[in-house]
Design a protein. Sequence first.
Length: 50
Amino acid sequence: MLTKYALVAIVVLCITVLGFTLLVRSSLCELSTKERSMEFKAVLAYESKK
């Protein structure tokens, strides 16, 4: 039963991060979140076309 809730929590977290990324994708370079001993970091690396 706990595994089911953990899976739902992970899915909700992923959807939230994707939604946030879509909202600020033009200005997003790095997103970092720290909680206790866990750190989540997402970095956008791209090359502009000329």
